[in-house]
Design a protein around this ligand. Structure first.
Ligand code: CP
Length: 335
């Protein structure tokens, strides 16, 4: 495996094989599988789970890892192309990335969307510029429009819970958040659930439609897998017989990069906080999923997060297991 960048790059059988391998590595640890291997981790954006779970994954497989982020005691890192570096930054990403990559056998990179220009973010301009600087295998640890590690873990979480692939009803719901957030998780989650073969409903208020390109990609995945994709702002209709509600806030695509206009649109939707009445016509065992971090009392009520519907903790643990499977295949543990 040369890159783990998008679940769409893999067949459904290949994804199922990774999920099976993740389960096997949990049940039957292989503490020497990646002995002597090193994973470089470059975080240009913040993290808790991704950072900790990749380090834990490498350690559990017998390898090692190191982390570099701009917050550490490194030279100031410049990312802008063509800049005269007479300011605070003493090192450019064009040297830093290949150097960091050269210390490892593979590299994981996280770089959130700039959220200034939706075309640039949809084209993954920044992430592609970073990966073009390296020749070693790489892992997308969240880019402008993707979070494949989260999606692989989410696929496994639903398998673990016995939530059906074909015939399973998955609601991806926008939720209130005080700030506009990136589209990476909703984009990846929408595609993942559709590719798993589920009947997916995107539930969002007016103005928070996901870009056509993402909806079309998901619809094609659903077609291939026997599922479906719809969207609505009608909560009651969306939640009918749902197996899963996956909550996430995202920025308005109508006012992408315009914080004030986005704020005006979102501030009337404070009631988009997932709570028990949302589940009135869902299946009794409808689960609540979220990638974390999550704002309690804003995105979701405490009683949901602390109650039996929530699977956010096993979902987060599956990040480590899913990434162990990816690393095992990428770095030769499977040979
Ligand atoms: N879900 C997720 O990627 O969490 P972090 O941002 O903490 O890594």
């Amino acid at each position: 495996m040369k890159a783990f960048n998008d679940l769409a790059d893999f067949s459904r059988d290949e994804i199922r094989a990774l999920v099976t391998l993740a389960g096997r590595l949990d049940a039957h640890p292989e503490p020497e599988a990646l002995k002597g291997k090193v994973l470089s981790l470059l975080f240009l954006s913040p993290s808790l789970r991704t950072l900790a779970s990749f380090q834990a994954a490498m350690t559990r497989l017998g390898g090692g890892s190191f982390v570099i982020s701009p917050d550490m005691s490194i030279h100031g890192l410049e990312t802008r192309p063509g800049i005269v570096m007479d300011g605070a930054a003493a090192e450019h990403i064009r040297e830093a990335v290949p150097v960091i990559a050269s210390y490892g056998d593979a590299i994981g990179i996280r770089a959130f969307a700039e959220r200034k220009n939706i075309e640039c973010d949809m084209a993954e301009t920044e992430f592609t510029a970073l990966t073009s600087l390296i020749e070693s295998p790489y892992i997308n640890m969240e880019s402008a429009m993707n979070h494949p590690c989260q999606s692989l873990a989410d696929w496994k979480t639903m398998d673990d819970l016995g939530i059906p692939a074909n015939g399973g009803k998955f609601v991806l719901s926008w939720a209130y958040h005080p700030r506009p957030l990136p589209l990476a998780v909703p984009a990846a989650t929408l595609h993942m659930a559709a590719y798993r073969g589920m009947d997916v409903t995107v539930l969002r208020p007016e103005g928070f439609e996901l870009p056509d390109q993402l909806m079309k990609k998901a619809a094609a995945a659903a077609d291939a897998a026997g599922g479906s994709v719809t969207e609505t702002d009608d909560r009651h209709a969306a939640m009918q017989d749902a197996h899963v509600i996956y909550a996430k806030s995202w920025s308005s695509t109508r006012h992408y990069g315009d914080r004030l206009a986005d704020q005006k649109l979102r501030e009337v939707h404070l009631d988009w906080c997932v709570d028990e009445p949302w589940f009135a016509n869902a299946r009794d065992d409808c689960r609540f999923m979220h990638c974390l971090p999550v704002r309690r009392g804003v995105v979701v009520a405490d009683n949901i997060l602390d109650g039996p519907r929530s699977v956010v903790i096993p979902e987060a643990r599956n990040r480590m297991l899913a990434q162990m499977a990816v690393l095992h295949q990428m770095l030769g543990g499977s040979r």
